[in-house]
Design a protein around this ligand. Structure first.
Ligand code: AMP
Length: 630
């Protein structure tokens, strides 16, 4: 049996899974079944035995766990299913996955049992009753011999990573267990490879198994240059941002992840690091999806974090990079993904992140794309700093070439003369000043750390210069008392046009002069938000001009914003979803009487009266300006 991406486009709801499982899948953000899931779930639900050839990373755990959970009788806390795994790590991982998928099955219990864990703990847990056991063969045998584990009620047995169990010398234990479980059970055997020994076990212990094998892609010659970077999960984000900084010819990227949840999480993290980025997943309406793609085309965003389904057919010529942040299920999905770059006759670049246990994918992809995938070494902080300095240098060269600087020559000359400071020192101070928000050096740039991934400091690196020149979010603590109630600030500027591209922000809406209404948004002082961030987000994402945004009042956990009354439903939808500082605004109109300003009355904001504040200390004197010590 083989699968192709088109045959898997249907959602989980077409596979016959029960509502609590579909709900849990929605919670974890899975959009569509992986090929192995689409193939196995109906077979297992129908009660057949199954022989599956699948590697880690293909989604095989859910492929057997979901039908298993569907068949569990929650009322009977006796082992009804057993999963044998080669290692304790895998046993724990599988047990955790089951727990996750059984989130809406109250009272469900799964117990991992493996060598190395205290027998006393396991005996106690077993005596309390459980529905599913996940264990390593040796320890499961121990318990069966002691009769602390009784499998009379077992109706399903899964052998996970059977070839690994063979390689680790467990195959006799596995056969022994198979012989000591009820013969009428349903059995599924998963293995990355199918050596003869495994086939013989399957032949002897499985009843007319259906075979599921995921086709390992039609081979396609690709022109995209491909690299991979081996990294552990915890370091992936840092690796990604560093690589993005040093990549040549970066214009725009699509970053692929597996789940809807991951699109939002990664987009938020990249945004916090200064990138202009949006998430693209199946939860977006067609209208919003098109809006994201338009913004990518126009250059108002540079990065889209997407799932496979949401990015299907996406054709944007400026996408210079495809990043496989999460490894695809199979080589076909990989080929589809990297087809999003190298369009309109341009060269494309594909980068693949692989955890050590996913390295087997490399050979498969090389075979499928008929091309070598080169190793990418993690850029060191020093390399990132060099790149930033090169970009900074170019900016200076461009300014000297293109701008009129006479006035500034005079300023520098005056500082030289009056302060007796050399021009080089002035230039260094100015370089410091102009890069203060985005330092040229990463933390640790001076310590010549080895290039291994273990040495990556968990630093938040600011975005490189290709990202939108957006204002950095100022430190929340730096807010002053006078920030309490605000007239709307000017929206932040969009990135200036690059390479002759037109810069098309979200289409601006026009509103007839009229009444403003008060809306509530779910972010406030405690989240460190500033009024100008709110205005910027509303102006840029919803296309409401600064002039149509009235007074903004910050409260601890929410903010009230004056906007035109009777906003259309599509705009309200956008306003609800906009995120500021990673918080969805969840905008809604305030009820009459809901807005009660309990704070003490203040003076009118000086800026609104069009005059400068006359700040005085309590003693009536003006504050003195203190010279900064050098
Ligand atoms: P496995 O091959 O079972 O180890 O799964 C590999 C990874 O894929 C795990 O992190 C799963 O959470 C994830 N995964 C499995 N099925 C899906 C799916 N249908 N959509 C998104 N992610 C999935």
């Amino acid at each position: 049996m083989t699968t192709s991406p088109d045959s898997i486009a249907a959602g989980f709801d077409t596979l016959g899974l029960a509502e609590p499982l579909l709900k849990a899948l929605a919670d974890v953000g899975y959009e569509i079944p992986s090929p192995i899931q689409a193939a196995c779930i109906p077979v297992l639900l129908a009660g057949h035995d199954l022989l599956g050839e699948a590697q880690t990373g293909t989604g095989k755990t859910a492929a057997f766990a979901l039908p298993m959970l569907q068949k569990i009788d929650l009322k009977r806390a006796v082992p009804q299913a057993l999963i044998l795994t080669p290692t304790r790590e895998l046993a724990i991982q599988v047990a955790e996955a089951l727990q996750k998928y059984a989130h809406h099955m109250p009272g469900f219990h799964v117990l991992p049992i493996y060598g190395g864990q205290s027998m006393v703990v396991q005996l106690r847990a077993l005596s309390r009753g459980t529905h599913v056991i996940v264990g390593t063969p040796g320890r499961v045998m121990d318990h069966l011999e002691r009769k602390s584990l009784v499998l009379n009620n077992l109706s399903m047995l899964v052998l996970d990573e059977a070839d690994e169990m063979l390689r680790m010398g467990f195959i006799d234990d596995v056969k022994w267990i198979l012989e000591h479980t009820p013969a009428e059970r349903q059995t599924a055997l998963f293995s990355a490879t199918m050596p003869d020994v495994i086939r013989r076990v399957a032949h002897k212990h499985l009843r007319e198994p259906r075979e599921v094998k995921i086709r390992s892609a039609t081979s396609t010659v690709v022109t995209t240059s491909q690299s991979y970077c081996q990294t552990h999960t915890g370091q992936k984000l840092e690796a990604l941002t560093r690589i993005l900084e040093v990549e040549d010819d970066f214009d725009a990227a699509i970053i692929f992840v597996r789940t809807k949840t991951a699109t939002v999480e990664l987009a938020d993290k990249l945004e916090a690091r200064g990138y202009s980025v949006a998430a693209l997943n199946g939860d977006l309406t067609q209208g919003l999806r098109e809006q994201v793609i338009e913004r990518l085309k126009a250059g108002t965003i540079d990065i889209v974090v997407a799932t496979d389904v949401a990015a299907r057919g996406l054709d944007v010529a400026r996408v210079s990079h495809v990043i496989n942040y999460d490894v695809p299920y199979d080589t076909e999905a990989y080929v589809h993904r990297i087809g999003r770059t190298g369009r309109a006759g341009r060269t494309g670049r594909a980068i693949l992140f692989l955890a050590p246990r996913e390295m087997y994918m490399l050979k498969l992809i090389e075979r499928a794309t008929k091309q070598k995938i080169t190793a990418l070494t993690m850029p060191t902080p020093g390399e990132v700093a060099n790149r930033r300095v090169a970009q900074f240098t170019q900016q200076i060269v461009d300014i000297i070439k293109n701008e009129k600087l006479d006035f500034f020559f005079d300023v520098v000359r005056r500082i030289e003369g009056e302060q007796d400071i050399a021009a080089r020192e002035i230039a260094a101070a100015l370089a410091w000043l102009s890069t203060r928000e985005r330092p040229l050096q990463m933390p640790g740039a001076n310590d010549h750390a080895p290039r291994d991934t273990a040495s990556i400091p968990n630093a938040v690196s600011p975005a490189p210069s290709f990202s939108r020149d957006k204002e950095r979010k100022p430190d929340a603590k730096a807010r002053t008392k006078s920030d309490e109630s605000y007239p709307a600030a000017e929206p932040r500027r969009e990135r200036p046009a690059k390479d002759g591209r037109s810069d098309t922000p979200v289409k601006q809406r026009s509103f007839a002069e009229g009444t403003l209404a008060r809306y509530r948004i779910e972010i406030g002082r405690n989240q460190g938000v500033l009024p100008k961030e709110i205005v910027g987000a509303i102006a840029n994402e919803a296309g409401i001009a600064g002039k149509d945004i009235g007074q903004i009042n910050l409260f601890d956990d929410y903010t009230s914003v004056e906007l035109p009354a009777n906003l259309p439903a599509d705009l309200m939808d956008i306003l609800r979803r906009i995120r500021v500082r990673q918080f969805a605004l969840k905008t809604r109109i305030m009820e009459p009487g809901e807005f009660v300003d309990t704070r003490p009355p203040r003076r009118a904001t000086p800026a609104r009266e069009g005059k400068k504040p006359d700040w005085k200390k309590p003693d009536g004197k003006k504050p003195e300006w203190k010279k900064r010590e050098r």
